[in-house]
Design a protein. Structure first.
Length: 583
C-alpha cells in the first residue's frame, strides 16, 4: 500500500449472514480503541482491523504472501477472484495451495494472536472473466475462533445498491502492499479513500476505465499517492455505520505505471461493489453450512427490536429522539430526587437496590419521566442476593402503577447481553446528581468513562468495607476525569450506556452502584473518580424474569440476506496493463 504524509483519523466504532456464534463478539465491532499514528498513512495496530485476512500461496515447501481478504464468518473469507486464479491457466488455484492467516499485523512475525487455517474449497463467481465479477469465497477446513484480534465484518443487507449515495464518503482500506520504496511492507498499513462518481472515474482515463465501469464496481481514490499497491488486492473497503463497520468493496484493479510496473497512484482504483453480489454470497455460505441455522432470540433482544421501531432519524441522519429518552429520576416520599433509573419497558424501571430506602428511612414514591410526567411506584424488588450495606448485587426492578405510552421521546433502553456488550465503546453516564459545592440538582452527562480491569480497580478500592471481596463478575469499574462528574454526587441508579447512532438507540451496560464519596480529597489530589456499576449482562436472566415473566417463551428465527442482484454482462475485455499480485 502506497501512502503520502497525511493525517488519517479512524472513527472508533450483526453480520447479516447466518452463522455468527461465539456470542461475546459482534460483526464489525472492534474490541479495542486506537490512537492516531501518522507515517505515510497509518501503521495498523493489532486488533484494529480484526476482519482483515492474509492470503498466502504455497510454493514447494514455502509460502508467499499474495493477497488480502475479509472474514465473513467463522468459516468463510471473501476476496478478489484474481487472487485465487492461476493467471496462466485461468483455473482456480487448488485449495491445498492456499493458507489463511487471521489476526496478523506483521508478516515477518507470527504472534500468539495469529490463527492459521487451511482452505477446503475455492468458490469463484461463475461469471468471472478477466476483470468482470472479480469476487471469490474461500471455505476454511476448520473454523476460526473469534478473539479480540479475529472478528468478522458486517455486510448490510439494507445498504443502498445505488452507489450515488456513497459518492464523497471515505472508506478504509488496509494491506501489506508495496510501499514507497517498492517492496512489500512487513507491517500492515491503512488509509482512507473517497468514493468518486462513474463520470469522474471515466474521465480519469477513458482507455483504461471506459470499458470496465458498470454497476458491479465503483471507483475510489485521492490520486495523490495514497492508494492500494501490489499485494493489496482482495482486501476490503470498510465504512463506519454507526457503532459498527460494514464491507462495501473489494480491492480489484488499478492502472499500471508502465515504467515501474506497479500501481499508478495518480489514478483511481476499481473496487468490486459487494452489494451487487449479496445473493450469490448468501447462497454460497448457505450451501456450506448445516441446513439448520436457527438462532434463539431472548425476550430483551426482541423487545429492543420493538423499541427501535419507535426511534426516529431526520433526513440528515441526525437522531430525532430526546437526548436520553430512557433516563428517569426517582422521587422519594419527602418529594426529593435522590436516585435515577433506566426505563426498560412500559411498566418497569431498573435502578440500584440501595435506592429502595435512604438513610432517613424515606422510600421511593414516584418516577419522573421528562417527556411524560410523574408516575407512581407499585413495588420495588431487589435482587435476592443483595445484602444491606454491601455493594454486591446492587440492582432492583421498579414496577410502575401506570402503563406508559412509548414514543420517540419516551423510549426504553436496550439491555446489554454477552452478545451486545462492548466495553470498548464510548460509554456515557447520564442522570441527575447534586453539586457538592452548591447542593443544587443538575443533569449529568459524562462521556469520559473508561472501564478498567478488576486488578486495577481492586488496588484503587482496597480495604473498602462495602466491597470486602473486591470487584466481582457482576460489577464493572470505571474511572472518570470529567470535571462535572467529579463535582457531583447522588447519581445512584443512573445508566452507563453505549449509543448506536445508526439505530438511534442506547444500550444500558451498567447501573451506577457506588462511587468514591470523598470527592473533596479526589479533587485536591487531582485524582479521578472511581465508579462501581452493576453489570447488566450478568443479571439479564433475573431482569427478564422480573420484567417479562408473562411474555411467551423464546422464539426461533433464521437469519437471512434479502437483496436483489443484477449482473451486468456488457463488459468488453481490457486492452492495457494492470497490476495484480504474483501467482
Amino acid at each position: 500500500m502506497r501512502f503520502i504524509n497525511r493525517l488519517l483519523i479512524v472513527g472508533a466504532l450483526y453480520l447479516m449472514l447466518p452463522g455468527i456464534s461465539q456470542a461475546s463478539y459482534q460483526c464489525g465491532i472492534r474490541k479495542h480503541s486506537f490512537v492516531q499514528l501518522v507515517h505515510h498513512g497509518w501503521t495498523v495496530e493489532e486488533g484494529q482491523w480484526p476482519w482483515h485476512v492474509a492470503i498466502f500461496h504455497k510454493r514447494s515447501k514455502s509460502e508467499k504472501y499474495a493477497c488480502g481478504g475479509t472474514l465473513l464468518d467463522e468459516n468463510h473469507v471473501l476476496t478478489a477472484a484474481h487472487c485465487v486464479v492461476n493467471r496462466n491457466t485461468g483455473y482456480a488455484i487448488s485449495a491445498n495451495n492456499l493458507k489463511l492467516h487471521f489476526g496478523q499485523q506483521n508478516l515477518s512475525t507470527i504472534s500468539a494472536n495469529v490463527q492459521i487455517r487451511d482452505v477446503s474449497k475455492v468458490q469463484i463467481h461463475p461469471d468471472h472473466s478477466s476483470h468482470r465479477n472479480d469476487i471469490a469465497i474461500l471455505l476454511m477446513r476448520l473454523p476460526v475462533r473469534y478473539t479480540d484480534y479475529v472478528i468478522p465484518i458486517c455486510i448490510d443487507q439494507n445498504a443502498d445498491i445505488d452507489l450515488r449515495n456513497l459518492e464523497g464518503e471515505r472508506g478504509w482500506i488496509t494491506g501489506w502492499g508495496t510501499t514507497q520504496t517498492g517492496s512489500i511492507s512487513d507491517v500492515l498499513h491503512t488509509a482512507s479513500l473517497p468514493v468518486v462518481s462513474y463520470l469522474q472515474c471515466f474521465n480519469d482515463h477513458e482507455t483504461v476505465f471506459g470499458n470496465l465501469l458498470n454497476e458491479n464496481v465503483f471507483c475510489a481514490g485521492d490520486r495523490n499517492g495514497t492508494s492500494p499497491g501490489t499485494g493489496d488486492s482482495g482486501g476490503g473497503m470498510y465504512f463506519s455505520d454507526g457503532d459498527r463497520w460494514v464491507l462495501r468493496g473489494i480491492v480489484s484493479f488499478a492502472k499500471a505505471d508502465e515504467l515501474k510496473n506497479e500501481v499508478d497512484t495518480s489514478k483511481f482504483v476499481i473496487f468490486v461493489n459487494v452489494q451487487r453480489f449479496l445473493t450469490w454470497i448468501r447462497e454460497i455460505i448457505a450451501d456450506n453450512k448445516p441446513k439448520s441455522t436457527e438462532t434463539s432470540k431472548r425476550i430483551s433482544e426482541r423487545e429492543c427490536e420493538r423499541f427501535k421501531g419507535l426511534a426516529r432519524k431526520r433526513r440528515n441522519k441526525i437522531c430525532d429522539n430526546s437526548r436520553y429518552p430512557h433516563t428517569v429520576s426517582i422521587i422519594f416520599s419527602d418529594n426529593k430526587v435522590k436516585c435515577n433509573g433506566i426505563l426498560v419497558n412500559e411498566n418497569h424501571v431498573l435502578t440500584a437496590c440501595h435506592c429502595r430506602r435512604d438513610n432517613m428511612g424515606e422510600t421511593p414514591s414516584k418516577v419522573q419521566i421528562d417527556a411524560y410526567g410523574s408516575v407512581g411506584i407499585l413495588k420495588v424488588i431487589c435482587h435476592p442476593h443483595h445484602k444491606e450495606r454491601i455493594t454486591y448485587h446492587d440492582i432492583a426492578v421498579i414496577t410502575l402503577d401506570t402503563t406508559i405510552e412509548l414514543s420517540s421521546n419516551i423510549l426504553p433502553a436496550c439491555l446489554a447481553s454477552n452478545w451486545t456488550e462492548n466495553l470498548y465503546d464510548t460509554l456515557l453516564q447520564t442522570g441527575y446528581g447534586v453539586s457538592i459545592e452548591t447542593g443544587i440538582k443538575k443533569f449529568i452527562e459524562s462521556e469520559d468513562n473508561q472501564v478498567i480491569t478488576k486488578e486495577r480497580c481492586d488496588e484503587i478500592i482496597s480495604r473498602n468495607r462495602r466491597l470486602p471481596d473486591g470487584i466481582i463478575p457482576g460489577q464493572l469499574c470505571a474511572i472518570n476525569t470529567d470535571q462535572l462528574r467529579t463535582s457531583t454526587s447522588g447519581s445512584s441508579g443512573s445508566p452507563l450506556q453505549s449509543v448506536n447512532t445508526r439505530s438511534c438507540m442506547y444500550t444500558a451496560v451498567g447501573i451506577t452502584s457506588s462511587g468514591n464519596q470523598d470527592h473533596e480529597r479526589i479533587r485536591e489530589n487531582n485524582q479521578t473518580v472511581v465508579d462501581i456499576y452493576t453489570r447488566i449482562s450478568h443479571y439479564l436472566d433475573w431482569i427478564e424474569q422480573m420484567v417479562w415473566s408473562n411474555e411467551p417463551p423464546v422464539t426461533t428465527t433464521t437469519a437471512r440476506i434479502r437483496t436483489t442482484e443484477t449482473t451486468t454482462n456488457n463488459i468488453v475485455p481490457f486492452h492495457t496493463d494492470f497490476v495484480f499480485p504474483d501467482d
